[in-house]
Design a protein around this ligand. Sequence first.
Ligand code: PMP
Length: 458
Amino acid sequence: MSANSLHSLDVAHHIHPVTNLRRHERQGPIVIDRGDGIYVYDDEGREYIEAMAGLWSVGVGFGEPRLVEAATRQMSKLPYYHVFSQKAHAPSALLATKLAELAPAGLSRVFFTNSGAEANDSVIKFVWYYNNALGRTEKKKFISREGAYHGITIAAGSLTGLAGNQKGFDLPLSFARHVSRPHYYRNALPGESEAAFVERLGKELEDLILAEGPETVAAFIGEPLMGAGGVIVPPKGYWQKVQEICRKYDVLVIADEVINGFGRLGTMFGSEALGIDPDILVCSKQITSSYQPLAAVLIKDEIYQAIADQSEKLGTFGHGYTTGAHPVATAVALENLAIIEERGLVARAAAMGEYMRAGLARFADHPLVGEVRGMGLIAAVELVADKETKARFDPVGKVGLKLFDRAHDHGLIIRAIGDSIAFCPPMIITEAQIDEMLRRFKITLDEITDWVNAGMPD
Ligand code: PMP
């Protein structure tokens, strides 16, 4: 089939997620045909450095034969079985055990879903079920943050704090509340120290819990390092403050590690890097390097015990998905985690992350660059109209979108979050490849600078 007819078939029939659908009809898709290492290739053979690892997710890179073999082996032996009503299979039991071993202390019980959003929906239901089990039937609200991304289902999409995922959908539902994001560069008051900023955010959280009534607030959920909301690195002491307040009011702490987990911050989990002791942890994406759809909810044993008692009382824990804990997905995850361990990819992400961030830091003097931020192998460069005043471009996102588009011409796939440009390459990336990625970024940024200086013509 010719590239052109594939493009028109896609435009004619396929509704794309998180896409301006009219813009897609006008411009058509970039059809990605194959991948190899940090590269993907389109249907005309053009090479791109996948500087976002897909959707922050292809940790071991594209075309890893061991994952293909693990999937094929499992497909031949047992392509499907469920884990409802006391059935089990080896890959999911072994993966649950492996996750309990790798996870921060106490997270010894594991529930599998197909996606991050389903995992967060499951978290909400676990927490509601848990509080019902304890007779705390009012304790149901969740506190999240502006800029958070927790998925797009009705419940998880309510925890998300991004207008683009909520506008037009009647979200968020009322069980979800949002506090400020911990972005010092953008949200600190003039002259405010990092410590004072953390204190102020702590007070905002505590005031909200008190205003709602602690007996109605069940949980606080946050990405250790916020991803889709702009790669926001929290200031020192932020998570300690959040935890201290949550513990005071018996509010569960939930770490959404869908992006952070399995090495991205240079530690196995982001909770380790940022000193979080979560009651519940959610992971996905790099669990299979996204070769298979899979997410997991890890729960502390004491929460599990209350839920298990309740399931006996009610006759069943009536929650689950037909393809949750899928044997092929869990088998691929086991192999993927083995690769991450054998190849030392967590330490590698730390080392390559340092190299990448040092390279990006050289852009800090560029007239359009307001902030360069990141941790481990994830970073963002925020572009601004005025470096001194930090003024944003008007409209926000126009420059980011232009850069995103033009980067394709230079063989680079990045993500524009407003006017922040995100980098989150596969953990197998080498120093030479980072140099090449930054070279392609520089060419694109220079072009964009000329376009901005020309008054941003359409
Ligand atoms: N949580 C976080 C932190 C995420 O980044 C994402 C996806 N980008 C999700 C949840 C939702 O995952 P999914 O797209 O698999 O539903």
